[in-house]
Design a protein around this ligand. Structure first.
Ligand SMILES: NC(=O)c1ccc[n+]([C@@H]2O[C@H](COP(=O)([O-])OP(=O)(O)OC[C@H]3O[C@@H](n4cnc5c(N)ncnc54)[C@H](O)[C@@H]3O)[C@@H](O)[C@H]2O)c1
Length: 257
């Protein structure tokens, strides 16, 4: 469990209301519910049944009801969940009622793509600054923001508390970048570099590695073909039931919290 510094320290400017202590797996599914609820709201739905929402979010409905019960949300029998109310509840629990600042460190191929990712803004995050150390890149404008030298991080963080630092540097530089983010008061790191970061207690690191996801899919394909052979994919050991088995795609792995 993470410890959090008192409000008012860098990265934690606002008062933090008491929150339910949710299972990590529930937390990982809440953004899926939120995405599905936003789509339902856009399509004009005012209420949704647990079954409909479960299908839209790609989870089973019993799990969904259990997850939402942790938020004190049980829906109304015969009516379902109020879409707007549930969006508000989930956004509140995820801390998305305030726009959070994100900085990107490492503006190479991946960093460029991330800097232009519209999903940050639409999901409650604002890219506040871009950092690199390459003199060729520093000073360039990318998607409307000027790339700054990483040495400017403390100054930027002092002016505009940073919620999350995204690391998209090569693995060799990632630990040093993480150390500098932590020193600047950042308590949430999203790490794309293929390495394990060491951070102090109270700092949450999520790791995203697409190669690991591919390797996991490879394992499932290998397992299916070795268990069922070319003839069919039913009745596999371990609960795999055939084509279309939906595995959690929790690409981000909690580390160091
Ligand atoms: N997680 C994933 O799914 C995934 C996918 C693709 C790439 N990656 C990883 O993302 C990272 C970036 O990949 P890329 O293809 O964009 O690399 P790249 O070489 O194009 O870009 C890396 C950038 O980081 C900068 N940099 C290096 N050291 C730095 C430091 N100490 N501080 C600040 N900036 C620094 C470089 O100047 C460069 O601009 C790599 O670690 C790569 O393995 C991860």
């Amino acid at each position: 469990m993470s410890q959090h510094p008192p409000p008012g320290t860098p990265g934690h400017p606002a008062a933090v209301p008491a929150l339910p202590d949710l299972p990590e797996a529930t937390v990982a599914r809440l953004p899926e519910y939120l995405r599905a609820l936003h789509n339902l709201a856009e399509a004009g739905h005012e209420t949704v049944s647990s079954e409909e929402l479960a299908v839209a979010a790609g989870v089973n409905s019993a799990k969904l009801r259990k997850d939402l019960s942790h938020l004190g949300s049980y829906g109304t029998r015969g009516v379902g969940y109020d879409v707007t109310l549930l969006v508000d509840q989930i956004e509140s629990v995820l801390g998305l009622t305030q726009r959070r600042s994100v900085v990107l460190v490492g503006l190479g191929n991946l960093g460029h793509a991330l800097a232009g990712y519209a999903g940050f803004a639409s999901r409650g995050f604002r890219i506040a600054a871009l950092f690199d150390v390459d003199p060729e890149l520093v000073g360039q404008r990318i998607h409307g923001l000027t790339v700054r030298h990483l040495d400017e991080l403390p100054q930027v963080a002092a002016e505009d508390p940073i919620s999350v630092g995204v690391i998209s540097t090569p693995a060799e530089g990632a630990q040093s970048v993480a150390d500098q983010l932590v020193a600047a008061g950042v308590t949430g790191i999203l790490n794309f570099a293929p390495c394990v970061l060491t951070v102090p207690a109270g700092v949450d690191v999520r790791k995203v590695d697409l190669a690991i996801e591919l390797q996991i899919l490879s394992f499932h394909q290998h397992r299916k073909s070795s268990a069922a052979g070319p003839a069919g994919l039913t009745a596999l050991p371990g609960g795999l039931t055939g084509p279309g088995t939906h595995h959690s795609t929790d690409a981000a792995e909690a580390v160091g919290s």
